[in-house]
Design a protein around this ligand. Structure first.
Ligand SMILES: [Zn+2]
Length: 157
């Protein structure tokens, strides 16, 4: 895994503390360790990856801490949850871009590629408006085969 070098962002940390307080919770050392881990892992990761990274920052972080922290991290816009229809979800640190993003998901190895797709967002809004509806959320996920898996399949008879 490449070394993560997130920009030092005390603002995000303060905003997250404020968000936790709004939920009537305390910004415990463990929760803040999960927060630091969640925004420093590059690319898509699982809850298990987050547990490993969090424990490298604070050994007392438990699996339960992770599962309780995930909704807070999502609600506080620190990370995004990506459901590719598996029994586990993927997470991705928010990059602060508001551009609509689509996901290409390899069916075979779960490689996820995110692409900017502002046109899709516009299209969703336009279609919804045409039917007198106001869009709340939308996503575009393309199930595909990555190059490596295509080659692997080609080799196998
Ligand atoms: Zn693949």
């Amino acid at each position: 895994m490449p070394k993560a070098t997130p920009p030092d962002s005390p603002e995000q940390s303060d905003a997250f503390r404020a968000y936790i307080a709004e939920q009537g919770l305390r910004a415990t050392r463990q929760r803040m360790a999960v927060f630091e881990a969640a925004r420093s892992i590059p690319g898509h990761y699982t809850a298990e990856d987050l547990l490993k990274k969090s424990r490298s920052l604070d050994r007392t972080v438990s699996r339960a801490t992770i599962y309780r922290a995930l909704p807070l991290l999502i609600g506080g816009h620190i990370i995004r949850e990506i459901d590719v229809g598996r029994d586990h979800k993927y997470y991705l640190a928010e990059i602060g871009s508001s551009t609509f993003r689509a996901q290409l998901v390899c069916e075979s190895c779960d490689t996820i590629v995110e692409v900017d797709a502002p046109f899709m967002e516009w299209y969703g809004k336009a279609v919804a408006a045409k039917h007198g509806m106001k869009p709340i959320s939308q996503k575009l996920q393309v199930t595909a085969l990555c190059e490596r898996c295509q080659k692997r399949k080609a080799l196998r008879p």
